[in-house]
Design a protein around this ligand. Sequence first.
Ligand code: MIG
Length: 711
Amino acid sequence: MNKIDIGTPFNTQAIINFEGIRNTKISDLPQFLKVEITQGFKISFKMDRKDIVYGLGENVRGINKRGGIYESFCSDDFTHTPDKKSLYAAHNFLVVDGDTNFGLFIDHPGLVTFDIGYTHKDELVISGDNPNFSLYFIPGDSSLSITKKFRTAIGLSFIPPKWAFGYQQSRWSYPDAESIENIGKEFRNNEIPCDTIYLDIDYMEDFKNFTVDNSKFPNFKEFVAKMKGMGIRLIPIIDAGCKIEKGYPIYEEGIEKGYYCVDKEGKPFVGAVWPGKVHFPDFLNENVGRWFGQKYDFLINQGIEGFWNDMNEPAIFYSEAGLKKAMDKVTSMAGQNLDIYSFFDLKSTMESISNNIDDYKSFYHNVNGKLINHYDLHNLYGYFMTKSAGESFINNHPDKRILLFSRASYVGMHRYGGIWTGDNKSWWEHLLLNIQMMPSVNMEGFLYSGADVGGFGSNSDSELVTRWTQFGIFTPLFRNHAALGTRKQEPFSFDIGTTNIIKNTIQLRYALIPYIYSEYMKAALNNDMYFKPLGFVYTSEQSKRIEDQLLVGDSIMVAPVYTPNSFGRNVWVPEDMLLWKVKTYKNRNFEVVKEGFKYIDLELDETPIFIRKNKMLVVGNHGNFVSEIDNSVITLIAYTDDEASYELYDDDGVTHKFRNGEFSKSVLKITANGDNNYSLSVKGEVIGVKTINYIVVNSLGAVYEGNYSIE
Ligand code: MIG
């Protein structure tokens, strides 16, 4: 890997492992890359007709980013239509896959534009207006090997506690203790597993960070314990902006110590978000980071074990200056006869007061003594907020994994937390977008990720929530969340038939946790991806063009239904596979599907899982919540004629001891001994397991069942 420093780059701390990285010059780059440095920068590459461009993490459009234009500039935009250039993240790593294979990472915290065959269909042009950044050029012979090199350089992805692989329920908002408890009870009464319920902004007192509204939660600590007694953890939201209010300790302390971002006069910058006027903590300053990170302890000390950081692009509804300018203009238009242009000008004047570039250019960070304009560092804000929390957790609670994920992100943040993909909508198109985004965010290091299952904005319906849940069970962060004012979309909000299907689907998720957790941890520890596009593993032309199927871990492929009124879908089967259509995880109906395109019938209650050749799936059991699951008996489902093997990872799921090698990795191997007769060998310890049942299906569809006891 080559690193080229251009101008004076800001140290984003995205790359932390410099082994194997050579410092070079632009002139050392291969001829096919053209780099021009002027007032800004421009990097260009002429693409071949069939080149695929993978990467850019959280973005709209497909897995292959070709044909679009994207801007890395973390944005709070709640309408993720295909023409949007920026969502909440800035993920500047991409891979070109074709006759020439290489990866690029533009380590620059300001605006970067990726024009991928949009302006000129064969030209990839990456540009920015600030010529101070580091460029990483990553050669390699495949997209996967290039991605692994990049991932090695950016360091280990965030590892959540194991319970965070359970189902999570959210809504903006469950307003008080009683409503939360009722939701919890509905899960238990319906036997739908659930590990967490979210606290959205209304749990706070007037939207003030690190406060709890006593009128809604008369005894918060006791309530947290009570819910935990039911196996449900509460996950509060933390917003970036802090309310301006005399007497509010966060406000007073921050002012006294000079911990907030400042305007050009040096006064704390004022923006408006939920609570009205706020200041923004200057997370780029180490002292501020430490200070803010400590504050999470207010909630941790009351039993809280996980958080989600929101509005940290940062979202700004308006600034005082922006609002005044807009109001003046609007006032000047009053009483006029507005024609089409002036009318639209009037409308856009008010709309443009939110998340306005002029506002981002009007405040400053004190980066340990040096004043830097926010605009130039914009994409680091959510990252450093999350870093401040993550570092505090490690310092103050070294023995415990705490769940953390964020809305805004930049590469590097993946070490401290996961991401959710923000305010999607209850649209079928956004189920497909969820599928397509997952491998892309994995490339950037974000393994613990997921979308709002069922969709956040707009009203969902039972079929959409059902199909979305059938995909959501494979995402590490598996959370159903919906916006204020939208239709209810908890699993039991529709008819009883739907409740049952979703129950069985969520139970399947819990039964798959031995596999999902093992694959997640191996992906993290090996700098690998948990979700892969088919083209990362199968090299056929068809495989490379598939945009709606994914490999999940090493053993399976998924092909979710993402269109309404469907009773099946077309699937590209890249090699012979074993199809398991799951109604409940206890059913055992398997079908061998041959390589090629195939229409697969799928009833509303069926989740298809394709097991790869000579690989196996590990299936355990469900419980009401993760730590309640009894996996003393597990089942392996293998597809092979001769030998299938699997490396099963497990650890305590709660501490960081795995970092010191305290985990188990066992090798499970199924071998054919003559005619449809198979044996299992187990090397290494399998934590907590006493009996392993195994089911082997061969290419003729013959089924063999065996079992293995561990003394
Ligand atoms: O502008 O806290 O993306 O998940 O429910 C909305 C309220 C602010 C945006 C988050 C969403 C959350 C909502 N927040």
